[in-house]
Design a protein around this ligand. Structure first.
Ligand code: IMP
Length: 186
């Protein structure tokens, strides 16, 4: 059931799709799964800027094995809610990943274009293993047949904001995942 929240910059109160408590519980579960899957090893979390920054920072704290971070950035949505379809690397890795266990950390797996581009790019650097952790999955929108090893929540085709996700760079700081525009939930 959507619970309205107030935010000073929103034109209206956006309906909450997934609240902060449910997010925290699911992130803790994913962290525990990663600990089990990579027991006795180390992991490099590669976050996709900027949407995955908040998910990565919570996920990292839910992981107990040795863990380091790196970040990449790609061009994706501009100011609106539609993808151009083209993916371009804007920021590359800072460190070599050859022989490392990599988890590519993304906010939303939508068409799959971004993650398949990034997976192909990372595989060229010959990591020991490569997995994907996506906080949200919108399977209806998939163009590239890609599945994440770790998925927070599978959601219907709503445009969402909050917990790192934006509309025109805004609303990333909302603690809950909300539907945008607010009347899309009606
Ligand atoms: P894909 O390449 O279509 O899978 O797009 C993935 C990227 O699109 C995500 O990392 C987000 O940056 C962006 N995106 C897709 N759906 C949404 C949404 O509902 N809200 C905000 N950003 C989104």
């Amino acid at each position: 059931m959507a619970t309205p929240i107030r935010h000073p910059y929103l034109p209206a109160q956006p309906p909450v799709l997934i609240n902060r408590d449910a997010i925290a519980r699911r992130v803790a579960e994913i962290g525990a799964e990663i600990d089990r899957d990579l027991a006795g090893e180390s992991v490099l979390l590669v976050g996709v800027l900027k949407g995955a920054a908040i998910f990565l920072s919570d996920l990292a704290r839910a992981i107990n094995i040795q863990c380091t971070f790196d970040f990449v950035a790609v061009s994706s949505y501009g100011k609106g809610t539609r993808s151009s379809g083209a993916v371009k690397l804007i920021k590359d890795l800072d460190h070599p990943i050859e022989g490392r266990n990599i988890i590519l950390v993304e906010d939303i797996l939508d068409t799959g274009l971004t993650l398949s581009f990034l997976k192909r790019m990372l595989m060229q650097h010959r990591p020991r293993s490569l997995r994907v952790a996506a906080l949200l999955d919108k399977p209806e929108r998939r163009i590239e047949p890609l599945q994440a090893e770790y998925v927070g929540f599978s959601i219907p085709n709503h445009f969402v904001i909050g917990y790192g996700m934006d509309y025109a760079e805004r609303f990333r700081n909302l603690p809950d995942i909300c539907i945008f525009p607010p009347d899309a939930a009606d």
